[in-house]
Design a protein around this ligand. Structure first.
Ligand SMILES: [Zn+2]
Length: 432
């Protein structure tokens, strides 16, 4: 099934900052990408099998596979002949070697910077963390972040990993079209910062940025609690609530990259005030510091404004969970109430998104069944039965590394997309 390939294909530029304008793809690059995509999506295959799959002549395929083998992008394995009776010739199959390709990642907030190298098979290969607090302006902080990710890029060759892209997990809202951080409420001064541009300049690699919660969603779906699901909603509880949406295996980002900000959906009319200026946001009902303050019986006005930075060992929320496990009725009641607010928020999200899995991360994992059980009991009140049927609500499995694995999954999916679809890293083809 020979298919004519145009000599040069203009790829429609996706709305991503690192895409080189007007870039054309050459036929040899197209063919390499086609072979890689076929091996990744359709599985290991022999050269003859690849000829049938792609329509490329055997002589061309031998050349391409030779190059890809030399570059360490694919590997050969010899398997027994089909049939299993020991007769016939063993087959040589080619397969993608995801361990040799990877991404350099950086994740940051007010108090820390975390850099990592993750291979495209989903293994975290190297990680380093710097703890602050970093009291400095956005420019200096950006330079610090660029140095951290540059160290990851420089470390990768020692691990046998070729870096195809750089990814940033931002703590606030982002504009994925410009690659900039828009605003992070928890990081003073972090406003309109050209993160992707700075990291691209520092590393020479195509760079993507997303909200950290979105990367976590993709990481969990690709390598964690969402494995096997194509459509999932990820919700995480830290100081507040964040989330991300995966639709047909890809991130649903919305106009700018803010799709999934479920924390500020309203679940009550005159509920507690929220840090965003509104009232009755899901986050205002479920923030760990608020719940713990109520359990400590702080006056309502005081409890409404209490904040808690990060998860501290044995902080008030941890103690409250411990008390609930030991049967403290007040703690259990407060958690059940929070679970009802969560059910309201998630019920609305289920009606909008029709997911097959809901993954709860961050401190939801710490609370475990204390929130999960009342949540599962309450959900049927807030969404259609047929939509809820078959939805699995699970706790996240990957912890804070999920953002790095999400960046790796994104790079992998772009890189090995069929070239006719064209959804890939612009310059990364040079690395293939
Ligand atoms: Zn809010």
């Amino acid at each position: 099934m020979a298919r004519g390939k145009p000599k040069a294909i203009r790829i429609p530029a996706p709305p991503l900052a690192w895409w080189p304008k007007g870039r054309r793809m050459t036929k040899p690059v197209y063919n390499r990408l086609l072979v890689c995509a076929s091996l990744f999506h359709e599985g290991p295959e022999s050269r003859v099998g690849l000829h049938h799959r792609t329509g490329l002549p055997i002589s061309r395929l031998s050349e391409i596979c030779g190059e890809l083998l030399r570059d360490g992008l694919i590997r050969e394995s010899v398997v027994a002949p089909p049939g299993g009776n020991g007769r016939g010739r063993p087959q040589t199959l080619l397969e993608i070697d995801l361990r040799g390709l990877g991404v350099a990642c950086v994740q940051y907030d007010q108090d820390h910077i975390n850099a990592a190298v993750t291979d495209l098979g989903g293994t975290l290969r190297w990680q380093r963390r710097w703890d602050g607090p970093f009291e400095e302006d956005a420019q200096r902080r950006l330079r610090r972040i660029a140095r951290a990710v540059t160290l990851a890029v420089d470390t990768a060759p020692k691990l046998g990993v070729r870096i195809v892209a750089v990814g940033a997990a931002d703590p606030g809202t982002v504009d994925i079209a410009t690659g900039g951080a828009v605003r992070a409420v928890n990081v003073p001064g972090w406003q309109n910062v050209p993160v992707a541009e700075a990291l691209r300049k520092a590393t020479g690699r195509p760079t993507v940025i997303q909200r950290g919660d979105s990367w976590q969603a993709l990481g969990e779906v690709s390598f964690g609690a969402g494995r096997g699901a194509q459509n999932a909603l990820f919700v995480t509880l830290l100081e507040g609530i964040g989330g991300g949406i995966v639709e047909r295996g890809r991130l649903l980002v919305g106009r700018d990259g803010s799709a999934g900000e479920i924390g500020h959906t309203r679940v009550s009319e005159d509920g507690p005030p929220c840090g965003c200026g509104g009232r009755g946001c899901l986050e205002a009902h479920v923030a760990p510091a608020r719940l713990a303050a109520r359990w400590r019986q702080l006056p309502a006005e005081q409890a409404e404004w209490v904040t808690l930075r990060g998860e501290m060992p044995n902080d008030d929320f941890t103690q409250m969970l411990q008390a609930a496990r030991e049967g403290d009725a007040r703690a259990r009641e407060i958690l059940a109430e929070a679970a009802r607010a969560l059910a309201r928020g998630l019920g609305n999200a289920v009606s909008l998104l029709n997911p097959e899995r809901i993954i709860l991360g961050g401190r939801f994992v710490q609370a475990g069944e204390l929130l999960l059980d009342p949540l599962k009991r309450a959900l049927p009140e807030y969404a259609l039965g047929e939509l809820l049927q078959g939805i699995e609500v699970r706790l996240a499995e990957l912890g804070e590394t999920s953002a790095f694995l999400g960046i790796a999954a994104d790079a992998r999916d772009r890189l090995f997309a069929y070239p006719s679809i064209g959804a890939r890293f612009g310059e990364a083809e040079a690395n293939l």
